[in-house]
Design a protein around this ligand. Structure first.
Ligand code: C2E
Ligand code: MG
Ligand code: MG
Ligand code: MG
Length: 281
């Protein structure tokens, strides 16, 4: 904080700084405990076809069943996790749960054939020297190919080293894993990264979708993103679709998939295949 305020500012001690430090120490302790005591859960949110609302894929989203605070979403802890090595353990937990879920016979038979589940991967995870090997070993352990997974990255991974990011992505893609560029449009140089990174899908950030039916600028931006995606031969997913009007507006673009509360909130794994099981033949 002192740094951000510029070097010409004198750092003054403020009681809120002590409170913040205490909060972070507590959070770190609680997160370690969460790993030990298995308090993390993976929820799934459907991504559906614009044509008939049928299931196309699903996104795995982390939840923390905190012993006193209840169910927490990542906004309460993800930044801290990503700035610590714990994200590697938590990321491994997520991919493990997802693979276990996909490999379970009684569950897989209820899901659409070869359903792909997408997993959010932080820069720190992707650049971990053992990452590719760990992913390979996990797939092997569950007898799955990478064709059941998509990794969602943000352009943040490219900031560190775009050449390294591309190389790691290539290795993962040889396993059959596809990539999505998440939160598209919210960063600094989305277009340049979109061109360079070997991604298959663009996820249009919720902030562009919110006012799409009554804000001409947002509508124009989404139209541009759709045109770019089509030029680059990328799939598109609209994030945070909450209203029927938004879905109707998006339907003018053939092929765009929808993700949002209009269709379903993220739900616990056991409920997912119950609610989204494939229609009986
Ligand atoms: P994201 O990857 O962009 O995920 C989409 C977020 O939008 C999720 O928030 C989802 O619950 C929320 N969402 C989906 N539809 C709607 C809607 O219609 N309305 C509203 N208001 N929200 C909607 P969530 O689950 O809180 O996750 C937040 C972020 O935390 C994710 O954003 C992702 O960046 C990160 N994250 C979540 N799980 C993981 C994980 O396992 N690993 C890593 N590294 N990051 C994760
Ligand atoms: Mg995501
Ligand atoms: Mg997103
Ligand atoms: Mg995100």
């Amino acid at each position: 904080q002192a740094k951000r305020n510029g070097k010409h500012r004198h750092e003054l001690f403020h009681p809120s700084m002590a409170t913040e430090a205490t909060r972070l120490v507590q959070l770190e302790h609680d997160l370690r405990q969460a790993l030990l005591e298995d308090q993390f859960e993976v929820y799934l949110q459907p991504i559906v076809s614009q044509l008939d609302g049928s299931l196309v894929s699903a996104e795995a989203l982390l939840r923390w069943q905190h012993p006193t605070k209840g169910l927490l979403t990542p906004i309460h802890f993800m930044t801290f996790l990503e700035n610590s090595n714990m994200i590697n353990d938590v990321g491994q937990l997520v991919i493990d749960r997802v693979c276990q879920y996909l490999a379970a016979d009684n569950i897989d038979h209820q899901l659409p054939d070869n359903l792909r589940i997408s997993i959010n991967v932080s820069a720190r995870e992707l650049f971990h020297p053992d990452y590719v090997e760990n992913v390979k070993a996990t797939l092997l352990r569950y007898g799955l190919t990478g064709q059941r997974l998509e990794f969602e990255i943000t352009e943040g991974v490219a900031i560190q080293s775009i050449a390294d990011a591309i190389e790691i992505m290539r290795q993962l893609k040889t396993l059959g894993i596809t990539f999505a560029l998440d939160d598209f449009g919210t960063g600094y140089s989305s277009l340049s990264y979109l061109k360079q990174l070997p991604v298959d899908t663009v996820k249009i950030d919720k902030s562009f979708i919110n006012d799409i039916t009554h804000d001409n600028q947002d509508a124009a931006l989404v139209a541009c993103i759709m045109a770019i995606a089509q030029t680059l031969n990328l799939k598109t997913v609209a994030e945070g679709v909450e209203e029927l009007d938004q879905a109707d507006w998006l339907r003018q673009y053939e092929g765009v998939c929808m993700q949002g509360y209009l269709y379903s909130k993220p739900i616990p794994m056991p409920d997912f295949h119950q609610q989204w099981k494939k229609p009986a033949a």
